[in-house]
Design a protein around this ligand. Structure first.
Ligand SMILES: Cc1ncc(COP(=O)(O)O)c(CNc2cc3ccccc3n(O)c2=O)c1O
Length: 430
């Protein structure tokens, strides 16, 4: 892969911060190393002497006086080494990426910790996108991504999805404006980036079938596309075995996978991790060096202590408990939808994630209905137009989340929606 084709001018101009490089050297150095180099503060002045976190089994993660000093200090931009290594081992065990066998400059698998996958996504678009670029994207998609990429002045090209995720025929149709060989012409405006959410899609709840993943990967090979695999719901797949990731089939090293602990351990800890070709991850790390410096060391340390205690098997057992919880909530929401919305709406039961994508029959655009009338009925959804790649596009859909509401609240909420839809029907017929 020629990664220079994908990096924009800003990213190419990024160079290593000498001070941050020193942090890495200092952290790797022997205990006998005397550093008069970095301007790190003196941890003896920090008013914290230890910290403990209690787990459901009443066991504790403890940061003693020595560990708390390290946890409260600056740390390397890619992430604290022990957490980075644990996550690399997890990715190899789960996805066995072909890229592990490559030489670093050829795109060997690398990984960095980010402050949520949101930081990884925003920095990645800022690394790959030049104003005027054409960027391929699931339609509909996650508003947080739209918020990150829209201001960059590129043309977002919506690729239609259905209950099985992005449609390869729709992708081919969008790409039919170009010839595959256009990717060799630096003057061509052929798309270089494809963004998709393969599991438990936000907002549709869709999970991409294996056939489609393989077909879309082949299209990406043919048109030399980087695939941004946004995958915060990977561990919330309800079926086993989990579907293979794009990372697991990435023989070219063209996949960037965005993972997150938000849906399985904590959203407030703000820890994600990004896996991809070393030349690309290195550029993201340079962006981290000149922005946040690194994700909170304390947060990373607490997370690592937990993962070290659990091991991969223990972590996956926890993920199974979490996905079982959301599967049960999904079942409750589908039962209530069947009870209240039959004949009023259409949907596909999701096989992952936390969202149900409801098409409200007879409604051209749900925005006004939800923001005004549903509020009067004291029920809230997200109107479908919030997820459209095309700004201002009308949508008959609403996104319903089954992550927080109790089964009783879900049932009451969908009953209120049904009452509203029946009132709308009567109004339209009168
Ligand atoms: C597809 C996709 N990619 C990336 C992210 C970001 O995850 P993180 O940075 O690792 O935590 C998300 C998080 N999605 C949401 C977040 C959220 C936060 C407050 C309130 C509402 C929220 N709603 O509604 C969301 O969908 C996502 O769905």
């Amino acid at each position: 892969m020629n990664y220079a084709r994908f990096l924009n001018a800003v990213s190419k101009a990024r160079v290593a911060s000498p001070i941050r490089e020193l942090t890495a050297i200092q952290q790797r150095g022997p205990p006998t190393l005397i550093s008069l180099a970095s301007g790190m503060p003196n941890t003896d002045m920090f008013p914290f002497t230890q910290a403990s976190v209690t787990l459901p089994d009443d066991s504790q993660l403890h940061l003693d006086q020595k560990l708390i000093k390290r946890a409260l200090q600056y740390s390397p931009s890619p992430g604290i080494p022990e957490l980075v290594q644990w996550l690399k081992n997890l990715q190899v065990q789960l996805h066995n990426p072909p890229t592990c066998q490559l030489a670093p400059e050829q795109g060997q698998m690398d990984l960095c910790v980010t402050t949520g996958s949101q930081e990884a996504l925003s920095k990645t678009f800022e690394m790959l996108v030049t104003p005027g670029d054409n960027v391929l994207m699931d339609q509909p998609t996650y508003p947080g991504t739209l918020a990150a990429v829209r201001p960059l002045g590129c043309n977002l090209l919506p690729v239609e999805t259905d209950q099985l995720g992005m449609r390869p025929d729709a992708l081919r149709d969008v790409l039919s404006r170009w010839k595959p060989e256009d990717c060799k012409n630096p003057q061509s405006d052929i798309p270089k980036v494809l963004y998709t959410i393969p599991n438990g899609g936000n907002p549709t709840g869709a999970t991409m079938s294996l056939d489609r993943r393989q077909e879309i990967y082949e299209i990406a090979r043919n048109y030399d596309l980087m695939i941004l695999e946004d995958d915060p719901y990977y561990f919330l797949q309800f079926t086993r075995p989990r579907l293979p990731s794009f990372l697991s089939m990435d023989v070219d090293s063209r996949v960037l996978k965005f993972d997150s602990f938000s849906k399985i351990l904590s959203s407030g800890m703000r820890v994600g991790y990004m896996t991809g070709p070393k030349p690309v991850i290195s550029k993201i790390v340079l962006h981290i060096q000149s922005s946040t410096l690194h994700t909170s060391t304390l947060t990373q340390m607490i997370l690592f202590l937990l993962l070290e205690k659990w091991g991969v098997d223990g972590f996956l057992q926890h993920c199974d408990r979490v996905s079982d919880f959301y599967q049960e909530r999904r079942d409750h929401m589908i039962k209530s939808a069947d009870r209240w919305l039959t004949g009023l709406a259409e949907w596909h039961p999701p096989s992952a994630g936390m969202f149900l994508w409801l098409k409200l029959l007879g409604i051209h655009d749900t925005h006004k209905l939800i923001m005004e009338k549903a509020m009067e009925k004291e029920v809230l959804f997200v109107p479908g137009n919030a997820f459209s790649v095309t700004p201002g596009e009308a949508s008959p859909y609403v996104r319903a989340a089954f992550s927080q509401a109790t089964p009783e609240q879900m049932d009451k909420g969908l009953e209120r929606l049904a009452r509203l839809l029946r009132e709308e029907r009567q109004l339209a017929e009168s």
